[in-house]
Design a binder for this molecule. Structure first.
Ligand code: ZN
Ligand code: ZN
Length: 205
C-alpha cells in the first residue's frame, strides 16, 4: 500500500501540462473540473510530429517542457481543444495557449509554489482552500549551499528516490509549513521537517 501511495504522486494523479492550466484529477470536486477529462500526450517515440505540435500549443518555456519531459503519465485536459471536449477528427490538436507571454509562462514553473513533501497537495494556486489557511512555503535547502540539510529534508519527504532527489531541487522547490513540529515552519529547535509517516512505514518493515 505504501509503495502504491508514493507512486501515486507521479503516476496515478493526472495533471494537465498545458500552459497555466490547473486541471488535476486531485481536484475533481472543483466546479471548473466538471466534465473535464484527460488525454494522454502523444509520445515522441510513436508520434513525434504530433507530440511537438502539442508541446508548442502548451506555450511553455522550452527548458521547462520539451519532448524529454513527455512521460507515460503526461496528460492534457479536454479544455484546450476546439469545443472543449477533447480532440476530434476535425480538430485533433489543442488550441495554442493564449497566455504566451514570458511572464505568464514563467508563472507555471516559478510563480506557483507547490509543496514537495510526500503526498502533500499544498499549492499557492489553491490558497482559497480551508486546509491552506496560514500555510506558507519555505524554500528547500539547496544542494550546492546546504548539501547535508538538503539531503535530510529530501529523506523526510518520504518519496521514491528516483522521483525526488538532489537533482530535483530547483530554485523554485518549496516545502510547506505543515511538516514542521507545530506546523508553523522551521524553528531554532526544530529546523528540519518531520519525517513522512509513509516513509516510516516503508523503512520499518
Ligand atoms: Zn488543462
Ligand atoms: Zn506540504
Amino acid at each position: 500500500m505504501d509503495a502504491v501511495q508514493v507512486k501515486h504522486k507521479s503516476e496515478g494523479v493526472k495533471h494537465c501540462c498545458y500552459g497555466t492550466c490547473n486541471s488535476d484529477t486531485r481536484y475533481r470536486h472543483r466546479d471548473d473540473m466538471k466534465d473535464v477529462f484527460f488525454i494522454p500526450f502523444p509520445k515522441p517515440i510513436t508520434q513525434r510530429e504530433k507530440c511537438e505540435r502539442w508541446i508548442k500549443a502548451c506555450g511553455r518555456l522550452k527548458e521547462d517542457f520539451n519532448v524529454d519531459k513527455i512521460k507515460r503519465y503526461t496528460y492534457m485536459c479536454s479544455k484546450h481543444f476546439v469545443g472543449g471536449k477533447g480532440p476530434t477528427d476535425i480538430h485533433p490538436d489543442p488550441m495554442p495557449a493564449l497566455l504566451h507571454n514570458d511572464e505568464q509562462v514563467k508563472h507555471k514553473s516559478e510563480g506557483v509554489k507547490h509543496c514537495c513533501y510526500g503526498t502533500c497537495n499544498s499549492d499557492t494556486r489553491y490558497r482559497h482552500r480551508g486546509d491552506m489557511k496560514d500555510v506558507f512555503f519555505i524554500p528547500f535547502p539547496k544542494p550546492i549551499t546546504q548539501r547535508e540539510k538538503c539531503e535530510r529534508w529530501i529523506k523526510a519527504c518520504g518519496r521514491l528516490q528516483e522521483d525526488f532527489n538532489v537533482d530535483k531541487i530547483k530554485r523554485y522547490t518549496y516545502m510547506c509549513s505543515k511538516h514542521f513540529v507545530g506546523g508553523k515552519g522551521p524553528t531554532d529547535i526544530h529546523p528540519d521537517p518531520m519525517p513522512a509517516l509513509l516513509h516510516k512505514f516503508m523503512t520499518n518493515r
